[in-house]
Design a protein around this ligand. Structure first.
Ligand code: SF4
Length: 367
């Protein structure tokens, strides 16, 4: 497939390139296969596609909730920008998923590009809204936003550019923006050109840092491995982390539990399809499954135990009825629908039932 970035750095790669110029050479040497998609990336792609087309039919309920949150945050960002720039209603141009370029000043050849999720242009001012799930550096420190801002500055000869993150899955701090004047933008541009030039030098330095977690070389780069294994970088004990997390964040994670479950189910399925050798290569092995034996011939077992001198009431104390099986029996014997069979069991066997309840569930409040 044709590379629309022409093999040049893009805004999304700039976070790593600017912080670790040596990453470019490291990745060129590595001959990595194309990056595999992930459930989280697929989800982001679907939500971005919905923003571009306005079609939300493909979204699940959970994705639609994120999408709607993103739309309302973008609407607030737009209203705030129009008010701050004194832009009258109805003159704003909206652009979706456009790729803009930054060119070397000496040769006018392309230097890098940025694909902007959404940007608005009016009276020489530009607002760039970048849709993110939740994780990103602050907008005033983001290299990705710097590149998008510099590209838009040159494309529109902009008087000002506002770059904003619209974090659709974040429950707090969902809007974060930074204003840039022409002076700021020219300085930014110089910084971007400098970062690209540094990354092209044969002995470009590798610097490890938080960006290593997003670098595809982190599995084999010595600096990346050393950094990500540092004890202070290792993730804390989950139970401790949950204890100190702000409650809205705990709720946000709780709402994602089905995705997490699905991820583990998919991992399990993939492991089931691997041979023992393949598992060994990644440091895993298959063990015998937990025993699930149960005494199904209870009549025979009861007779045998009695023949061995066990008392009938002691044997009965070890026996319990499966509720589902009992309901099925009542349905068949009395020719009742399921709900009525359940009610019959509840009423008629009341004196034989020890009542109890599972722990309460935590669910969304209906609004
Ligand atoms: S893993 Fe870290 S140090 Fe290594 S190349 Fe990538 S960003 Fe640089």
């Amino acid at each position: 497939m044709e590379d629309e970035r022409l093999g040049l750095p893009s805004a999304s790669q700039m976070e790593i390139i600017a912080n670790c110029p040596g990453s470019v050479a490291m990745l060129k040497l590595s001959n990595l296969p194309p990056e595999e998609s992930s459930p989280e990336a697929d989800r982001g792609t679907k939500i971005h596609a919905a923003r571009e087309t306005g079609l939300t039919l493909e979204l699940t309920e959970d994705e639609l909730a994120d999408y709607n949150r993103g739309i309302s945050r973008e609407t607030l960002l737009l209203a705030q920008w129009m008010q701050d720039r004194e832009i009258p209603e109805g003159i704003t141009e909206t652009h979706l998923e456009e790729r803009l370029w930054l060119h070397w000043p000496e040769t006018l050849q392309p230097a890098c590009s940025a694909r902007l999720d959404v940007h608005y242009v009016a009276e020489g001012h530009v607002l760039i809204v970048d849709w993110k799930a939740w994780r990103s550096p602050p907008s005033n420190k983001s290299w990705q936003l710097r590149v998008t801002a510099a590209c838009a500055y040159r494309e529109y000869d902009a008087k000002t550019v506002r770059v904003a993150f619209c974090k659709y899955a974040a429950f707090r701090d969902g809007k974060d923006y930074t204003d840039l004047t022409q002076k700021d933008l020219r300085r930014l541009e110089g910084g971007i050109f400098g970062a690209i030039k540094r990354s092209e030098m044969p002995d470009a330095q590798r610097n490890a840092g938080d960006w290593c977690f997003f670098c595809r070389a982190r599995g084999f780069c010595p600096e990346g491995i050393a950094f990500t294994q540092l004890p202070e970088i290792k993730r804390p004990d989950p139970a401790e982390a949950v204890k100190f997390m702000p409650l809205p964040d705990v709720a946000a994670v709780y709402r994602k539990r089905y995705i997490v479950d699905r991820i583990f189910e998919a991992i399990r399925e993939r492991f089931d399809g691997l041979t023992d050798e393949q598992l060994k290569e990644i440091g895993l092995k298959r063990t015998m499954g937990r025993k699930l034996d149960s005494v199904t011939d209870t009549t025979g077992a009861r007779a045998f135990l009695q023949s061995q001198g066990f008392f009938a009431d002691e044997i009965d104390a070890c026996t319990s009825f499966g509720k589902e099986a009992l309901i099925n029996l009542i349905r068949a014997q009395k020719d009742l629908p399921k709900e009525e069979a359940e009610r019959w069991l509840d009423r008629e066997l009341d004196s034989f039932i020890t009542r109890g309840r599972a722990k309460p569930s935590i669910v969304e409040i209906e609004r």
